[in-house]
Design a protein around this ligand. Structure first.
Ligand code: PGA
Length: 251
């Protein structure tokens, strides 16, 4: 990415950074894997590796259940899928933070951006209640002015709705915000809401093409404060010149 530069002075107008959750702020794949494997066992199906489960995360837990059962040759549809989804939510609610850890640099990036005066929010396709419990567990809630997770009536990413709701809560215009995520879903959601996207390459991205449209790609959240600073330092109109698509660590 662009060379690390200090963030500028605290801006006059409020500015915001929106973060994706799974694969961006937290490494939740081990708990999601443990939970889906408990569910698969109940159906007498085999277990899935961490790598495979990582590639199934990002469109919400119902889609994870659908993908997991598909990959075991036992597709679930209709009421069966609804029942599998309900069972998975129940299992996962007991495993939210057993193996889940913050991603490298997550806490430091949030503290530094907070100290620099940025308003911050989380926008995730994970359910609202689970999201709040995880953020509380890792003591991140006090830094966040908006936490928008999946809930009935809320269009999930890549629709712009979650991002716009978060910005509304933060009192920040889309023109004064960036989205930090780990997947093509986050890039698309950011663009649908009129925000540039910073993509972190050590998350759950499925293919290198997903990062190609991001304004900036970074190896890990350790580079996030500098990347966010660079976006404002260089100006949004020059963002294409900042794009440095790289190969993600996992394909
Ligand atoms: O798929 C999920 O459950 C959540 O994914 P997200 O945090 O990357 O939006």
């Amino acid at each position: 990415m662009t060379p690390a530069r200090p963030l500028g002075n605290v801006p006059e107008r409020p500015r915001a950074v929106l973060f994706d959750l799974d694969g961006t702020l937290i490494d939740s794949a081990p708990d999601l894997r443990a939970s889906i494997n408990i569910l698969l066992r109940q159906y007498e199906l085999g277990s899935l590796s961490l790598e495979r489960v990582r590639g199934m995360i990002g469109n919400g837990i119902k889609m994870l259940v659908e993908r997991a059962f598909d990959s075991c040759g036992h597709p679930l549809v209709g009421e069966e899928l609804d029942a599998g989804y309900a069972a998975m939510l129940d299992i996962y609610s007991g495993h939210l933070t057993t193996f889940t850890r913050p991603m490298p640099g997550a806490r430091a990036a949030i503290r530094l951006l907070h100290a620099k005066g940025f308003r911050m929010g989380v926008v995730t396709n994970k359910q609202q209640a689970a999201t709040e419990r995880i953020l509380d567990h890792f003591a991140l809630t006090p830094f966040l002015g908006a936490v928008i997770g999946g809930s009935p009536g809320m269009n999930p990413k890549p629709a712009p709705d979650m991002l716009l709701r978060a910005l509304d809560r933060l009192g920040v215009e889309p023109g004064d915000a960036v989205m930090v995520g780990d997947s093509g879903i986050d890039v698309e959601a950011a663009h649908n809401a009129g925000l540039p996207a910073v993509i972190v390459l050590n998350g759950y991205m499925r293919s290198s093409e997903e990062a190609a449209k991001a304004a900036v790609t970074i190896a890990s959240l350790e580079e996030c404060p500098a990347a966010v600073g660079a976006i404002w330092m260089f100006g949004r109109e020059r963002l294409p010149q900042l794009a440095r698509p790289q190969r993600p660590t996992r394909d």
